[in-house]
Design a protein around this ligand. Structure first.
Ligand code: 8X3
Length: 266
C-alpha cells in the first residue's frame, strides 16, 4: 500500500516512538495529524516532518486521558483532516517500579488512564469513521511487557496485557470490514521511557540501557510503516521485536567494563 497522501494520526507524537513514527510517515509523503500534551515539542516534530516530505501536518494539544477532549478533538477536525486512514495509538508511559503492595496509586491511575483508557477513547472516536468509509488501519503500541510480566512492573505490564486484549478484540470486532488492526510490541527502546518512569532520575534511567544496544525509536517506526504498507488484504496481527541482547521482558545480555553476563532483572 502506498502511503503518499494518506492521513496518519499519531498520538503522543512529541517524542520517542511517536515522533520517530511521525517522521517515518513524513518520509513516505503522508499527511500527519499529530497530538501530544507538550505542544512546543510537537512544533519541532512538525517542522522536521515537513522538511522530510510530509504532504501536510496538523498538530494539536491533547491529553488522551480526557475522554471529552478526545471526542471533541476528533469530531472537530477540519474537513480535510477528518478522514483518518491510519491511527497509531502510541501515547503511553510507565511510572515507577514497585511491588504491587507498595504501589503508588497516582502512578497506577496515570498508567491505566493513559495506556488503556486513553487508547480506548481515541479508538472509539476514530474507528467508526474508518468502518463507515470502508478503509483504515489501527496500529496499537504493545510491549514485551504485555507478554511476560516482570517483577515490580505488574501495573505497567497489566496495561500492556490490556492493550494486547484490546488489539485482538478490535480485530475481531471489525471483521467483515476492510479495517486492519495491528499491534507492534517492542522490548527495550531507548527513549525518555525510563526517564519518565523514574521521574527524571537520569542516572537510574541510563542504567536500564547499560551494556547492551537497545532498539531505537526509528526501529519501531520502521516496523509500523512496514505493517501498514502491506497489501490491503494482509493484516499483521502483531510484531514482537527486541534488541538482540534481549530474549524477553525478563532476560537480557549485558556487557559492561570487562564483565559480561545474562541478567534476569531490568
Ligand atoms: C517497554 C518495555 O520492558 O521496558 O514497554 O517495560 S519494558
Amino acid at each position: 500500500m502506498k502511503l503518499t497522501g494518506k492521513t496518519v494520526f499519531v498520538t503522543g507524537a512529541s517524542a520517542g516512538i511517536g515522533a520517530a513514527t511521525a517522521l517515518a510517515f513524513a518520509a513516505e509523503g503522508a499527511r500527519l495529524l499529530l497530538c501530544a500534551r507538550r505542544v512546543e515539542k510537537l512544533a519541532s516534530v512538525a517542522e522536521r516532518a515537513l522538511e522530510l516530505g510530509a504532504a501536510a501536518v496538523h498538530t494539536f494539544e491533547l491529553d488522551v486521558r480526557d475522554q471529552a477532549a478526545v471526542a471533541a478533538a476528533v469530531a472537530g477536525l477540519p474537513g480535510t483532516w477528518a478522514a483518518i486512514d491510519i491511527l497509531v495509538n502510541n501515547a503511553g508511559l510507565s511510572r515507577g517500579l514497585n511491588k504491587v503492595y507498595e504501589g503508588v496509586i497516582e502512578d497506577w491511575d496515570e498508567m491505566i488512564d493513559t495506556n488503556v483508557k486513553g487508547l480506548l477513547y481515541v479508538t472509539r472516536a476514530v474507528v467508526p469513521g474508518m468502518v463507515e468509509r470502508g478503509a483504515g488501519h489501527v496500529v496499537n503500541l504493545g510491549s514485551t511487557a504485555g507478554e511476560i510480566t516482570y517483577p515490580n512492573g505488574a501495573v505497567y505490564c497489566a496495561t500492556k496485557a490490556a492493550e494486547k486484549a484490546i488489539n485482538d478484540g478490535l480485530r475481531q470486532d471489525v471483521l467483515g470490514t476492510p479495517v486492519r488492526v495491528s499491534s507492534i510490541d517492542p522490548g527495550m527502546v531507548e527513549t525518555d521511557f525510563s526517564k519518565v518512569r523514574f521521574r527524571g532520575d537520569e542516572e537510574r534511567a541510563a542504567k536500564v540501557y547499560q551494556g547492551l544496544t537497545p532498539l531505537a525509536p526509528e526501529d519501531v517506526a520502521d516496523a509500523i510503516v512496514w505493517a501498514v504498507s502491506r497489501p490491503a488484504h494482509v493484516n499483521i496481527a502483531h510484531v514482537l521485536m527486541t534488541p538482540v541482547a534481549q530474549a524477553n521482558s525478563l532476560l537480557f545480555h549485558r556487557e559492561t567494563a570487562g564483565t559480561k553476563g545474562t541478567t534476569g532483572t531490568q
